[in-house]
Design a protein around this ligand. Structure first.
Ligand SMILES: Cc1ncc(COP(=O)(O)O)c(C=O)c1O
Length: 390
């Protein structure tokens, strides 16, 4: 692989040399004091991320526990739902993209799920959510930052609806937590889920959950798959261990990555992500391209990834040549998922990217468009981005 390879996919994202080195340290037992110190370090920094993801660093939660699971965010999503439901529990899942749909499918497997569904890329209509959630609803699931479409969903407003009906609120903050604002108590979040490999800039393979103290009495681990019994995970977390063998190198990578976040500080990190995503958007607009999300007054553009419609000459059957031209320049970006393949491209600014890397991504995409015959003004795009990154 080339030395200057630049990973701009919305996960996994680049990890630092220190994270890579932490993962290659000699193995220890997951029951040793050395491992407990790793888990405790990761928990301390995860507590910081979950509890201080605000533009001014103010606390977001009166109390809760950060857990780390061996398994990616999908396991975290399932653990959250399965511990709060049984087969008869009414669950309302808000769906406007691939990951909202995944939550709905998980909810359907563990409870009695109703979807409030919108086309992928559309914004959530709060009236439709308010109509679907009733006093019988036990759990509401929601994706904060819909990675498949680049829409930042109104987690707070849906949280208010859930709270009015005393439903538990499970939120996927997989591509927002660690890169954008995320409030636990103000948004009525009971369980928040995130992934190692996204805005935390850790390796893939582990996920993190935050279980708010108020939600703990509702957790019933006996209802969940054995491996995801959150009562058990919560008990073991008190002594900085997991019920089963921990993925030691991944926990070490996560501890290192979250320590870096703590050092940068969430206010600066949120501001940087907002600048960088704005730079991507402004650059692509300056190239004459269109954003994919269809925003209403409650939705926003994602601050951690950007989804753009592919222009004539690079869409449909012409899309592979464009993506190949990007890849040939040592940069990796993503296309659309499922039926959006050939319609859009997506770039991430999650993790610790520098302004130079953002500009390189823009330059590469502009050059790749020109190579396939799309008339994109790369210099105008770079000027627009530089304005935002100042
Ligand atoms: C918003 C969101 N939720 C959940 C997931 C699932 O993560 P994983 O495939 O790592 O389990 C992803 C992955 O891209 C995601 O972006």
């Amino acid at each position: 692989m080339r030395e200057d390879f630049l990973l701009l996919n919305p996960g996994p994202v680049p990890v630092t040399r220190e994270v890579r080195e932490a993962m290659s340290e000699p193995m220890v037992s997951h029951r040793s004091a050395a491992f407990e110190a790793v888990y405790e370090r990761a928990q301390t920094h995860l507590d910081y991320v979950f509890e201080h993801s605000t533009p001014d660093g103010a606390s977001t939660s009166a109390g809760g526990t950060s857990l780390i699971l061996n398994g990616t965010a999908t396991m975290g999503m399932e653990a959250a739902v399965a511990n709060l439901t049984d087969r008869h529990s009414e669950v309302v899942s808000v769906v406007n993209g691939k990951f909202g749909r995944r939550f709905a499918r998980i909810a359907d497997r563990h409870g009695d799920a109703t979807q409030v569904a919108f086309d992928w890329g559309e914004s959530v209509d709060l009236d439709a959510v308010a109509d679907a959630v009733t006093d019988e609803t036990e759990v509401v699931t929601m994706v904060h930052n819909e990675t498949s479409t680049g829409v930042l969903n109104p987690v707070e407003a849906v949280g208010e609806i859930a709270a009015e009906h005393d439903a538990r609120y499970v939120v996927d903050g997989v591509t927002s937590i660690g890169g954008d604002e995320f409030r636990i108590d103000d948004w009525h979040v009971d369980v928040a889920v995130t992934d190692g490999q996204k805005a935390l800039a850790a390796p893939p393979g582990v996920s993190a959950l935050y279980v708010a103290d108020d939600a703990k009495p509702h957790v019933d681990g006996e209802k969940a798959p054995f491996y995801e019994d959150l009562d058990w995970h919560l008990r073991k977390a008190d002594s900085h261990q997991t019920p089963f063998t921990s993925a030691v190198p991944l926990f070490r990578g996560l501890a290192e990555a979250t320590a870096d976040i703590h050092e940068e500080g969430m206010p600066d990190r949120i501001a940087r992500h907002r600048r960088q995503s704005e730079a991507f958007r402004e650059a692509f607009w300056a190239m004459g391209l269109e954003s994919f999300p269809d925003l209403n007054e409650h939705a926003e553009f994602s601050n951690t990834l950007t989804a753009i419609r592919l222009p004539e000459g690079a869409r449909g059957d012409d899309a592979p040549a464009f993506f190949d031209a990007v890849e040939a320049r040592g940069v990796s970006i993503s296309g659309g998922q499922a039926h959006l393949g050939g319609d859009i491209f997506r770039v991430s600014n999650m993790g610790g990217l520098s302004s130079e890397q953002i500009l390189r991504g823009i330059r590469t995409i502009g050059e790749a468009f020109r190579e396939v015959g799309v008339d994109a003004d790369t210099e105008a795009a770079l000027d627009a981005a530089r304005e935002c990154l100042r």
